[in-house]
Design a protein around this ligand. Structure first.
Ligand SMILES: [Mn+2]
Length: 259
């Protein structure tokens, strides 16, 4: 008998959610270790949950440290920390980045480390722990980039095809209807009708994502009748980084906390 594939969707069922004091949602960090450290002054991973939305390295200077800190949080508090995969965590099995530019390679090499050894020994085991998406049933879906019409039920996120994975990692919402190839060269731009369909079929009220820090440079950005919320937790583009705080007892209650 073959071992059942590990689900790539983290589900906050009621028992998981009610154990937590609150749930913090962290957008792109992009090598900004300062915001990660500031966040850990107000969030206690012993009592609070944290959902990281991906894009941990590149652009900022401290991607190596950010990944090491998040990896240690996952090891220490596996029940409270959920880290999602972003397009900046998308590598071939040999450590070739599927995005550009990959500043992490130069950062690792400037520390006198070989990239391939670092990738095999540290980065790949970290990436293997990342989920593609997380969900609070009846409430919210968390992804790095977005959605597409390929997502018809939860199984598409639990056991994603490579096409679904690319859509989730790379896609962005746009002001219109339908679905078009993205100018990023991967994923889609998806319209209001796609958001509505995916929210209805997954029975959720909203989608929280990052991937476009410029859109949320100093506050959450809403699109598609407030069903899409974009967040940013990096100062790599200027502006004011922030996290979201979701009330564990009342998950529709979402507030913004500046770092
Ligand atoms: Mn991204």
């Amino acid at each position: 008998m073959t071992k059942k594939e590990q689900s790539k969707l983290y589900e906050f069922d009621e028992s998981r959610l009610h154990r937590l004091r609150k749930l913090a949602v962290v957008g792109d960090i992009h090598g900004d270790d300062f915001v990660l450290c500031s966040m850990l002054k107000i969030i206690d991973p012993k009592k609070d949950g944290i959902v990281f939305l991906g894009d941990y390295a590149d652009r900022g200077l401290k991607g190596f440290d950010v990944i090491a800190i998040i990896d240690s949080l996952i090891k220490k508090y596996p029940k409270n920390i959920v880290a999602l995969k972003g397009n900046h965590e998308d590598y071939s099995v040999n450590g070739g980045p599927k995005f550009h530019p990959c500043d992490l390679i130069y950062e690792v090499e400037s520390k006198g480390r070989g990239w391939h050894r670092y990738f095999q020994e540290e980065l790949k085991p970290f990436i293997d722990k990342l989920y593609l998406a997380a969900i609070i049933p009846d409430e919210v879906l968390f992804v790095h980039g977005g959605i597409s019409s390929r997502i018809k039920d939860l199984d598409n996120l639990k056991y994603p095809t490579r096409s679904v994975e690319i859509d989730v990692l790379w896609s962005d919402p746009f002001d219109g209807d339908g679905e078009l190839p993205s100018i990023r060269g991967a994923g889609t731009i998806f319209g209001r009708d796609i958001t509505e369909k995916v929210c209805d079929s997954l029975k959720i009220k909203r989608i929280i994502r990052s991937h476009e820090p410029m859109k949320a440079i100093s506050r959450p950005n809403y699109e598609h009748d407030r069903r899409i919320m974009t967040v940013s937790s990096t100062s790599a583009y200027g502006g004011k980084p922030f996290i979201l705080i979701i009330d564990a007892k009342e998950p529709s209650n979402i507030s913004t906390n500046f770092l």
